[in-house]
Design a protein around this ligand. Structure first.
Ligand code: SF4
Length: 300
């Protein structure tokens, strides 16, 4: 829980607040956009939640925050227990947002796919007891797909607890992930089950990969949606391998049909297949334009 003595001066008065340990990961702003907003390099409460649904979303943001920077002036135990029970939170069909992001992955969003043949965690949440209990109730974890080296967080704890097999591209394997059970090589897609295909997408990192499951594409930090641009987008200012390689990886995604883009960072996106394809093409066209450096010194 956040520290009231560190409460940010720019919170509006009321129940919820953000303290000055916020690392500006963006999670609270998309989980509860009516409550939290951006003041440049941190988030604050700009509007206290006004109804039960908004209060639950604010409490979900409190639990999802990777740095425990969100608090309540008077802790509401019942509300927090409701929020704990709400994770993993449904997105669509059998796909869920796990909440409980990790500081080690800078608040990257972890997901759960519930399947008759065994559930899949996509990237690592915090190994938080309430989430572990809920995952047990939902059938445990058979596979853990790690999109890239930055979002592995508590992978070893989940593997030890659930006995799940981890999947990751070999080019992102380093000391802490050297015991990952299934190491993908090359750039060809690899089907790990009839409904699960790993698509290597190097660029953001050398070993970045996406996972496609039906209409859902899990993209790590390869691809997200930009509300300001109105189309899919890649993080040029946070690209750790090669932009030209990432463009080629993006073009290979044209071979697939999907309606959901579920990223680690940035905003998720849902659209009909044709609209999603159009958005992907806009992303590729934008990526092929010369780099522009913004006022903050970031490549765009
Ligand atoms: S979720 Fe936490 S760390 Fe991330 S922006 Fe919100 S308050 Fe800051």
């Amino acid at each position: 829980m956040a520290d009231i003595k560190r409460k940010h001066a720019r919170n509006v008065p009321g129940g919820f607040f953000v303290d000055t340990t916020c690392i500006d990961c963006d999670t609270c702003r998309w989980v509860a956009p009516e409550t939290f907003n951006d003041i440049g390099d941190q988030s604050v409460v700009y509007h206290q939640p006004q109804d039960d649904a908004a209060r639950l979303r604010a409490a979900q943001a409190l639990l999802a925050c990777p740095t425990a920077s969100i608090g309540q002036e008077k802790p509401d135990g019942a509300l927090i227990r409701n929020a704990q029970a709400s994770f993993p939170a449904p997105i669509a069909d059998n796909v869920y947002f796990c909440g409980y992001t990790s500081q080690n992955s800078y608040g990257a969003a972890p997901y759960l796919i519930v399947r008759p043949d065994g559930n899949v965690l996509v990237d690592s949440p915090r190994f938080a007891a309430p989430l572990v209990k809920r995952l047990e109730e939902m059938g445990g974890v058979k596979w853990m797909f790690l999109t890239h080296q930055d979002d592995v967080a508590d992978h070893a704890k989940f593997a030890a607890h659930f006995g799940c097999k981890r999947i990751m591209h070999v080019d992102d394997i380093h000391g802490g992930t050297s015991d990952v059970e299934m190491q993908i090589e090359g750039t060809e897609p690899v089907a790990i089950a009839p409904d699960l295909t790993v698509i290597p997408t190097p660029g953001h990192t050398q070993g970045s990969a996406c996972l496609i499951h039906g209409k859902f594409l899990f993209t790590g930090d390869h691809l997200a949606f930009s509300p300001s641009r109105g189309h899919l987008y890649a993080f040029r200012g946070a690209m750790w391998y090669r932009w030209s390689v990432q463009i080629e990886s993006m073009k290979r995604l044209r071979d697939y049909e999907f309606e959901w883009v579920l990223p680690g960072h940035g905003r998720r996106h849902h659209a009909a297949t044709a609209a999603m394809r159009e958005s992907l093409d806009k992303c590729i066209a934008w990526m092929e334009q010369p780099e522009v450096v913004n006022a903050r010194g970031w490549a765009e």
